[in-house]
Design a protein around this ligand. Sequence first.
Ligand SMILES: [Fe+2]
Ligand SMILES: [Fe+2]
Length: 353
Amino acid sequence: MAIAGFGTTQIRYDMFDVERSADEARRLAKCERIYHRGQEMAWDGKEILPMLLEKHGGIRIDDEKKEALKRVFAIIMWGELAAWKISAQLADGLVPLEAKMGATSQAFDEARHFYVMHDYLRELGYIPKRLDRAPQALLDLVLDTPNLAYKLLGMQLMIETIALTIFQTVREINVEPVIAELMKYYERDEARHVGLGMQYLPSLMVGMNRREISALITFQVRILAWALAELKVLEKDFAVLGLEPRVVLDRGRRKQMAALQEALSALGARTTRERDYAAATLKGIVEVVFPTPETQRPLDRARAAWREFWAHDDLHSMHEFDVHSAHAIQTARGVIVPGEQEATVTPIIAPAA
Ligand SMILES: [Fe+2]
Ligand SMILES: [Fe+2]
């Protein structure tokens, strides 16, 4: 306890003492870059949403789709609040300057995502209410854990990749023109947040023993199980909007594996077996929860689950994320920031005519 300037303090005078390998120094420099990039790329939600509403003549969508859109994006809205709180927890808890800066800029972005989504949902006539059990449980897992590695894995690598997948798919099928265009702004920000997880998670994992890594993987499997339960809750709304759950799942899994593989590559091969176990468990569960037309019978589902559990999981490329930084956006400084590169991932769903 701190008394009159004596005793312990929350000011971490040791924040510059951390010894860094060349690899860690490089990763921390990227975390710092996330802060500065976030500042350059900040957009003004009070300018962009009205601009998009005017451009497209307001939100025009039939009632059935409107209700589905409300339910899907209500989860996103409360998810943005959770992301805001979790990035603020990380901004407080992470010690090295660069990681703290990265998390702080994320908190700034998530505040914007939350109020803009609230403004958009108000246009749709949504009245805020409590979430269903599955999305609530998913967010609570990451909000409540005191372990910063669990938070970074759960939010930046697992939940943000699911959000990116939904944003990308909603944009590609052009569910509704205002939200579709708004998603470009969200995608550019969220891709940076996944970057923070990839760059800093190895530093939080480096001192973990085998038992601690196994516990982390168990936490990951719990997150994935609740995320699947959430997609199951949304299945009917996805169908109304024209989103195919298995397409979303497959795409989300590829992004999650790419981000995880990138983060874990910094730690060498010792986590390979556990990583494959988590991925394989998810693939098996997907076959049971989201059967295809060929696997409607329980026995066929079980066979598909068994096959997927043991199937070799390929290496996934970081190109999975290129599509999110390919959009030009208008920033709060009044300039258009061009896309970083042409998207190398071809849309797997044709945009609506
Ligand atoms: Fe966000
Ligand atoms: Fe985010």
